[in-house]
Design a protein around this ligand. Structure first.
Ligand SMILES: NC(=O)C1=CN([C@@H]2O[C@H](COP(=O)(O)OP(=O)(O)OC[C@H]3O[C@@H](n4cnc5c(N)ncnc54)[C@H](O)[C@@H]3O)[C@@H](O)[C@H]2O)C=CC1
Ligand SMILES: O=C1O[C@H](COP(=O)(O)O)[C@@H](O)[C@H](O)[C@H]1O
Length: 297
C-alpha cells in the first residue's frame, strides 16, 4: 500500500503489538489522545504524522484521515466492565466519527478492533467450561449474530454494524476483527478461557498486516492464534485475509511456561530494547478493570 495508514489507539497494547511487528512496513499516521513517547513510535514517523486527539473530535479526525489509504481503528475503552457513558462516547460515537470520516474521504480499507465480548453470550452455563477445552468441537465462525455479554460487547457489536453500513453505502472495504486475548510472550496464565482465545503479539501484527493487504468487502473474523483450545474458528480469517498464525497456546503449560518440546519463539518484536517500556500504557487512560488478568500486557 503506497498511501499512509492511520492507526488509532497507537499507544495501547494492540497498537504497540502491531507497530513492533510491522512498524517498518508502512507509512504510518498515529493517533492517540495520549502523547506517544519516542519508544512507542517507529523510526521514520515524523511529528507531523503523530496526532494527539480524541476520536470524537471530528475536525482532528478528518485532518488525520486526509489522503490515507487504510485505517486500523483501535482507540476506545477496552474494559469489559466499562460503563455505558464511556462506551457510548469512546467506542460507539468515536467509531462513528472515524468510520464516517474514512468513508467520506474515500479510504479503501478499514480494520475495526471488535472483541470476543461481542459474542460473550454464547458462553452459556451449559457450554462452559467444556467450550474452552481442546476436545470440544463447538465453534463460532463470524457468521453468527452478535450476542454481547456486557455493555462493552454491545459497543463492539455497534461498531460492527457501523462497518456494515459504511461498506454498503460507501463501498469501503471493512473487516471487523473479534480480537481474543492479546498477551505478550506467553498465553494468559492458568486461565482456560484466555488460552482458548490467545492472540500472540506476532500473530496480531500478521493479522492486521493481512487486513491491510488482502482484498475483501465486509468481513467479520476472529483474531486468535492457532490454539488447540478454541471455540472461535479462524477459517474465515484464513480464507478472506490469508491469515496464517504461527502460535498456539497449546505449546505452553497451563501455567504459561513453554513446553520443552515445542517451538515457542513468539516475540518477534523489532523494538527489543524498548519493548518492556513500550508495553505498558504510559498512564492508565481508564480506571483499572478489576477483572483483568495481571499479566495481560
Ligand atoms: N487487548 C486485547 O486483548 C483486546 C483488545 N480489543 C480492542 O482493541 C482495541 C485496543 O485495545 P488495547 O490496545 O488493549 O487497549 P489500550 O487501552 O491498551 O489502548 C487503547 C488506546 O486508545 C487510546 N484511546 C482510548 N480512547 C480514546 C479516544 N476517545 N480517543 C483517542 N484515543 C483513545 C488510549 O489512549 C490507548 O492508547 C480496543 O478497541 C479494544 O476494545 C478487543 C479485544 C481484545
Ligand atoms: O475485549 C477484550 O477482551 C480481552 C479478553 O477478555 P477477558 O474477559 O478474558 O479479559 C481483554 O483482556 C481486553 O482487555 C478486552 O479489551
Amino acid at each position: 500500500m503506497d498511501e499512509p495508514v492511520l492507526l488509532t489507539g497507537a499507544g495501547g497494547r494492540v497498537g504497540q503489538a502491531i507497530l513492533r511487528g510491522i512498524g517498518d512496513d508502512y507509512d504510518w499516521r498515529l493517533l492517540d489522545r495520549e502523547p506517544l513517547p519516542a519508544a512507542k513510535v517507529p523510526d521514520g514517523v515524523t511529528d507531523a504524522d503523530r496526532y494527539v486527539a480524541d476520536i470524537t473530535d471530528e475536525r482532528a479526525v478528518r485532518e488525520a484521515i486526509a489522503d490515507v489509504g487504510a485505517v486500523i481503528h483501535l482507540a476506545g475503552d477496552p474494559r469489559k466492565t466499562a460503563p455505558w457513558d464511556s462506551v457510548l462516547r469512546n467506542n460507539i460515537d468515536g467509531t462513528q466519527v472515524v468510520m464516517r470520516a474514512a468513508a467520506e474521504a474515500g479510504v479503501e480499507k478499514f480494520a475495526f478492533a471488535s472483541s470476543n465480548h461481542a459474542v460473550g453470550g454464547y458462553e452459556t452455563d451449559e457450554r462452559t467450561p467444556d467450550l474452552y477445552r481442546p476436545e470440544d468441537e463447538y465453534r463460532l465462525d463470524g457468521s453468527e449474530l452478535p450476542r454481547p455479554g456486557n455493555l462493552y460487547g454491545v459497543s463492539k457489536a455497534a461498531g460492527e454494524s457501523l462497518g456494515r453500513f459504511y461498506h454498503d453505502e460507501f463501498d469501503m472495504s471493512v473487516v471487523c476483527v473479534r480480537i481474543g486475548n492479546l498477551t505478550k510472550d506467553h498465553p494468559p496464565r492458568e486461565y482456560e478461557r484466555g488460552q482458548a482465545m490467545w492472540l500472540s503479539h506476532r500473530d496480531c501484527a500478521h493479522l492486521f498486516d493481512r487486513c491491510l493487504r488482502a482484498t475483501y468487502g465486509y468481513e467479520v473474523v476472529y483474531g486468535i492464534s492457532d490454539n488447540d483450545r478454541r471455540y472461535y474458528s479462524i477459517e474465515r480469517a484464513r480464507e478472506a485475509l490469508g491469515y496464517d498464525p504461527a502460535d498456539n497456546s497449546g505449546d505452553y503449560t497451563f501455567e504459561g511456561e513453554p513446553k520443552p518440546d515445542r517451538d515457542t519463539e513468539t516475540n518477534g518484536g523489532r523494538y527489543a530494547a524498548g519493548a518492556d517500556a513500550a508495553d505498558a500504557p504510559a498512564e492508565p487512560n481508564f480506571p483499572a478493570d478489576p477483572d483483568a488478568p495481571s499479566d495481560d500486557a
